[in-house]
Design a protein around this ligand. Sequence first.
Ligand code: AMP
Length: 282
Amino acid sequence: MRLIETIQEMRAFVTAARAAGKTIALVPTMGALHDGHLSLMRQAKAQCDIVIASVFVNPTQFGPNEDLQCYPRDLAGDSEKASRVGVDVIFHPTVAEMYPNGYASFVSVEKITDKLCGLSRPGHFRGVATVVSKLFNIVQPDKAFFGQKDAQQVLVIQQMIRDLDFNVQLEMVPIVREEDGLAMSSRNRYLSAQERSAALVLSQSLSLAQQLVREGERDIAKIRTAVVKRIAEQPLANIDYVEIYNYPELEPVSTLSTQALVALAVRFGSTRLIDNAILEAY
Ligand code: AMP
């Protein structure tokens, strides 16, 4: 596996791979890799000849009071894990390589970003769309792999691909969970033992929503109330948002008719976790 740190070298690698007739997959990450990330990489390897995983803690997607400085970084561990699942290249540029002095261009996806994490993290999706556009332009992948863990992010990137005519196919990979149900996240390591067990309320409340739908409930307000109530029973949980929107449009809906996304953002101490599930009325 190769480690590439400059845009110039990344472009040269991709040009040679293309000339050799290889298909290319991109898996954007911020590192501190866990089995969720590795699942994306395995999918990528199954579908394309060459897998390029980017490891870049992107400063433009963090708000001023967020965890940019302390975000976990472990390039040695990441390299070992990525090479074990068949990643061909880790692209690990510096911040100055991606955002040199004088940098002034940003990509802003509207409408779908005016809710959920777009509301609680102003500027977050502008940073995400900008860095993903840059990665698409640098790597020019055939396919790019994103996790359902960040369901709104998938929809934002999908919208950007359509609107800006990126020639890439987005693949969404299901959420990978710990055995007890907690969605894997690089931020789980911030949790104390008590917070870690309290955080189980996220997956449990999503299961409750799915169970209600299985039992025939179609009233979105009732499902949402049940989820909020379940989370509020956990004293260490501080709700940022609990919302249910139709899927994939992310528009308000009162009755579940086809698919809806139940999306949660909840704080445990200073750690903000997100989780979601797609509800299906079939
Ligand atoms: P991050 O490093 O948190 O920016 O995540 C990089 C990619 O991995 C994103 O597409 C995430 O949605 C995806 N991802 C993170 N956690 C999980 C998980 N538990 N299951 C599936 N995909 C995940």
